[in-house]
Design a protein around this ligand. Sequence first.
Ligand code: CTP
Length: 442
Amino acid sequence: QRDRRHVLRLLETRLPRRIRQLLDDLAQVAEVEGVNIYAVGGFVRDLLLGVANLDVDVVVEGNAIAFAEALQRQCDCRVRPHEKFVTAVVIFPDGYKLDLASTRTEYYLQPGALPLVEQASLKLDLYRRDFTINTLALALNGPRQGELTDYFGAQRDLHDKALRVLHNLSFVEDPTRMLRAVRFEQRLGFTLGQHTAHLLRSAVQMGFLQRVSASRVLHELVLLLGEPQPGRALARLVELGLLDAISEELRFDDSLQQHFVQAGRAINWYELLPEVAPLEHWPVYFLCLLADLKTTAVERLCQRLGMPQRYRRLFVEQRHEAWPQYHQLERLGQRVEQLCGSELARLLDGLPVELLLLGMARTRHQPVRLAFSRYVTGLRCLRPMLDGRDLQRLGCPAGPLLGTLLRQLRDARLDGQVHTREEELAWVRVQLATRELTKEER
Ligand code: CTP
């Protein structure tokens, strides 16, 4: 059991200044308002485990919206209240968001009717949670500041590295908790308690996950695929029968495990390149998971999961378009090394980075992998230094010839025929002087 002083020291030493300052502000406002507030859930769990977690969830013993408004009078922030559940999100100028919940909840029996206010206790709030390790409450103000409230044996389970539900109906009430269980197991290196594992297997067998809305399943799947080693979590989903429950179209075996490992390497490699845009990891793994599924099967899967349109485009249309390019590179095998830059660019131009990384991850041929990396690191963003206006200044008329010359100038750069602006200018002059125009260009 951690004593108060020990927890206060953790708050002092393990948190970044920004969060310490926030907790101080919250405590001050709570004192003025005369309410008790607690940090709860993942934040407290991770504080004790020594894992970074900047997502502070706060429960107010009283009305969270009133508290948020008091905070707004003290600090520079905006409040987004959610009247129905008496919760509020506080948004700070740097974009940081804080979630506030109340132990006081109001129910509207009919629209327009007066709300029934229920004064729930902190214990009830914590009892509604998924696993014991998420049920700690840490007092943030008053004489009890730093004190842990542990109604359900959270500290014991943190010590034993055990994931346990609070009651037998936990997975029935919220079947997405089964996916959360796998995520926490992998992320924290914990194991399901025996009874919890038994409850989970029964809930799988009884088909409870199939009753959950598509968007909630997708949300959990996305979180799972966003973890550092999603391959291990996927293997566990298979073991527990959860992958089948998500979709019977999906499978995951040793060869896909291998693709996942390679995808992880490709992502790491990509993120070390200078000046690349931030990349979401999960779509790359999701593409791996689609393996050899036919486009129609992927369409069905996206439909079933309620996949948002922009990802659907990536997984269905763009993936479909990438297939012939992958095949062509694979067919070339060793000979891809001889492709000049413009030939490689013609094959891979237009593919989004997720599909380029998938190509790297899936191939068994080192020269093909190198071709992808050569394209991503150098060729993909290479453009001529001259633009359309420069070409017009050199005497090129506006029209189809201009477009053709710009494309060919890029090819010349990709193939290393021109390197500098002067060389590009010379190249264009020669073209304009010597080139026989086609009918369309005239
Ligand atoms: N929770 C739950 N059942 C769910 C989702 C969430 O009981 N299906 C509870 C958990 O106890 C959790 C809290 O709500 O502690 C907040 O949810 P979330 O932010 O998703 O959980 P964290 O534990 O903070 O997880 P993460 O570290 O992944 O953010």
